[in-house]
Design a protein around this ligand. Structure first.
Ligand SMILES: C[S@@+](CC[C@H](N)C(=O)[O-])C[C@H]1O[C@@H](n2cnc3c(N)ncnc32)[C@H](O)[C@@H]1O
Length: 207
């Protein structure tokens, strides 16, 4: 069971996400959550807990729905930490409120800016002891391949990279198909498409 504070925030966000999907023209695009599905959240939460993951990097936070599933999974780890990136200040403010209310704020470092630029800053700052156990890609679909290539050297051997919207919405498929083909060709990657909610590509860095 999740703590009631976290569960209440997640449920509220799920209601909003449902409203957005059923009434696509009532909320401006800039205010939409565009969050992962609940089953996807549970899926990653189980994976992260069972692997004792400590260090996570997220590209595309929005108001923090996915981030909260990840943060809950690592909340019992002594040195658990998430770095999450978004370029939208309004969403960052909403996410901060959610993290504070959920009691997860201390685990999460928010980086504001264009994801590729922030990734190159992180790459410069990091020492090899600070590699990530898990990276989640959920920002602009056109640049998934660039994000993957940028983060691969920052992932531990045995760590993994997840990417959302691999199957749906259909308008993203021309980008996500190329992403899957790209990832499948990399020798030290084992990868699978999981047909859960909008479809996840889960890629393990073997060595
Ligand atoms: C699909 S939403 C993320 C949803 C979130 N992962 C969740 O499940 O709750 C995509 C987010 O990526 C951000 N984004 C899109 N392109 C970006 C870029 N180039 N750099 C940084 N953030 C970006 C958007 O502002 C938006 O909040």
């Amino acid at each position: 069971m999740l703590g009631s504070k976290i569960e209440n925030i997640l449920r509220k966000m799920e209601k909003q996400e449902k409203f957005e999907q059923e009434n696509p023209y009532k909320i401006p695009n800039s205010e939409k959550l565009l969050s992962i599905g609940r089953n996807t959240g549970i899926f990653y939460n189980i994976l992260l807990k069972s692997k004792n993951v400590k260090r996570i990097l997220e590209i595309g936070m929005s108001a923090g729905y996915s981030t909260m599933w990840f943060a809950e999974a690592i909340s019992n780890q002594k040195d658990g930490k998430i770095i999450t990136i978004d370029q939208d200040k309004n969403k960052i403010e909403r996410a901060k409120r959610n993290f504070v209310q959920g009691g997860l704020y201390d685990l999460i470092e928010i980086r504001h800016g264009d994801a590729l630029e922030v990734l190159s800053q992180i790459n410069v700052e990091k020492s090899s002891a600070e590699l990530f156990d898990f990276v989640f890609i959920d920002a602009d679909k056109e640049r998934y391949i660039q994000y993957f290539d940028a983060v691969l050297p920052m992932v531990k051997p045995g760590g993994f990279i997840g990417a959302d919207n691999i199957l749906f919405p259909e308008r993203f498929q021309r980008f996500t198909r190329s992403y899957v083909e790209h990832v499948q060709k990399i020798p030290n990657i084992r990868t699978v498409t999981i047909p859960i909610d909008n479809g996840e590509e889960l890629s393990l860095k073997l060595y």
